[in-house]
Design a protein around this ligand. Structure first.
Ligand code: ZN
Length: 438
């Protein structure tokens, strides 16, 4: 289900409990149901604070339809776990009797998630808090790529140890480590064979645990583009759509993307969903690196675009990013070849998105990475191709990515920290002398 939308419509949140009405003793099963309900309600309150920043207890009552005693009780529970705290400041506008306004906010550094990105010659780590703060970042390069997966697993275990020490220093807990890779990852956390590493199907999580990562740490591997889709979804203007498709992120040679549904990565039954770059646009077309034929990536991927614009030589000399900048400059100057290339790219991308439209029915398509700067020229073609479906059924908004190359890391951290918003009781209570509010 979605995060809190029902709450914002002013109706009681689904399953909102009134703990005060619960009788004293219950058979085992009923007690278990109530504890699930309580976790659910704690999650509703914590997600509201994540999405709105600070709120008064009254705000929470109004939005959820819970009675004051329940809200007070739930906030006290979250505070006892060190997840939220009272903020006294400002004065109530209406009353004006000198009583300071008390708002509730997330404790900024109680629950932390580590995001680690593996690239061909670099390992980057960022430590994020559940309140969205970036607490630490580090990066190391390797000269000849990651020869042995065990080497990268050991390096990640060391990053986890460093993050756990930092979490301790903040009085927080390191909940999760999410590793992103530039390729597909199955639902079993295994990295599928990627051209970048040539590792085959690999249990990286097992290797990282063997290298010393603690058992209780949540450890996940996701594709960088799916993580980027998650991050771009959450920075969209409200109300956020049910389904967001991201295309064009990454720094590699091909077009990658991801799909987010109900605020989470849409991974599909086996984990490989969201590969929008490999939607077929010509079944007798060009061979794709994925093994398929006629994928949209072979026409609209960065290298394909640069080849069409006759900028491949520049890409070899100055790098892909510089060549894409040159394409953009030529478009700004209105050069005919560049315009032809971009307009045709919009058509082809639109045809691929029309296929996606009928499968996942997105309300927003985000053009990320190298496509973000080309939106002006791509959007007319995309909308024209979508029109036969979107005009009859429901429109699609096209947005530019807002996070650039940071999207994957932000999304990875968000993915790892999601469990605390689903069930805040996974965070233990503080010792009583540390609790923030009563
Ligand atoms: Zn492909």
């Amino acid at each position: 289900m979605g995060d809190v939308p029902e709450a914002r419509r002013g109706a009681p949140a689904r399953g909102a409990a009134r703990p005060a009405e619960v009788p004293g003793h219950l058979p085992g099963e009923a007690a278990a149901d109530l504890s699930t309900l309580r976790s659910h309600n704690l999650g509703i309150v914590l997600r509201m604070l994540r999405d709105h920043g600070t709120l008064t207890r009254k705000d929470i009552e109004h939005a959820t339809g819970m009675v004051p005693a329940s809200v007070t009780n739930l906030v006290a529970d979250l505070a006892a776990r060190g997840l939220v705290r009272d903020q006294r400041g400002g004065f109530g506008e209406a009353r004006g009797r000198g009583r300071p306004r008390v708002t509730v906010e997330q404790v900024p550094d109680r629950v932390l998630g580590l995001a680690v990105r593996i690239e061909r010659a670099r390992l980057t780590a960022e430590l994020h808090s559940s309140a969205g703060l970036l607490l630490d970042s580090s990066s190391r390069t390797v000269t000849h790529g990651w020869g042995q997966p065990g080497d990268v697993a050991e390096a990640i275990a060391a990053l986890i140890a460093r993050a756990a020490t930092l979490a301790d220093a903040h009085g927080g807990i390191l909940l999760a480590c999410t590793v992103t890779v530039p390729g597909p990852v199955g639902s079993d956390n295994r990295i599928a064979d990627t051209l970048e590493f040539g590792w085959g199907h690999l249990d990286l999580v097992g290797l990282i645990r063997a290298a010393g990562a603690p058992e209780q740490l949540r450890l996940d591997v996701v594709s960088d583009s799916c993580a980027a889709a998650l991050a771009e979804h959450w920075v969209l203007p409200r109300p956020r759509p049910g389904v967001t498709v991201l295309v064009g992120t990454g720094s590699g040679p091909s077009l990658v993307g991801g799909v987010v549904a109900d605020g989470r990565i849409l991974a599909g039954g086996r984990g490989y969903a969201g590969a929008v770059g490999h939607i077929t646009v010509d079944w007798r077309g060009r061979s794709c690196e994925c093994g398929s034929i006629g994928c949209v990536s072979t026409y609209v991927g960065p290298d394909a675009l640069l080849a069409s614009a006759r900028l491949t030589d520049l890409a070899h000399m100055a790098g892909r990013a510089a060549a894409l900048d040159e394409l953009r400059a030529r478009l700004d100057r209105g050069e005919k070849r560049a315009l032809d290339v971009a307009l045709r790219a919009g058509d082809i991308l639109g045809a691929a998105l029309r296929s996606a439209y009928d499968v996942v029915n997105p309300s927003t398509v985000v053009l990320g990475g190298y496509l973000a700067g080309l939106r002006r020229w791509l959007e007319p073609g995309i909308q024209m191709q979508l029109a036969p479906r979107s005009e009859k059924l429901a429109p699609v908004t096209i947005e530019s990515g807002r996070l650039g190359s940071r999207a994957g890391m932000v999304g990875a951290a968000r993915h790892g920290l999601q469990p605390v918003f689903d069930d805040p009781t996974i965070v233990p209570a503080l010792r009583t002398d540390d609790a923030a509010v009563g």
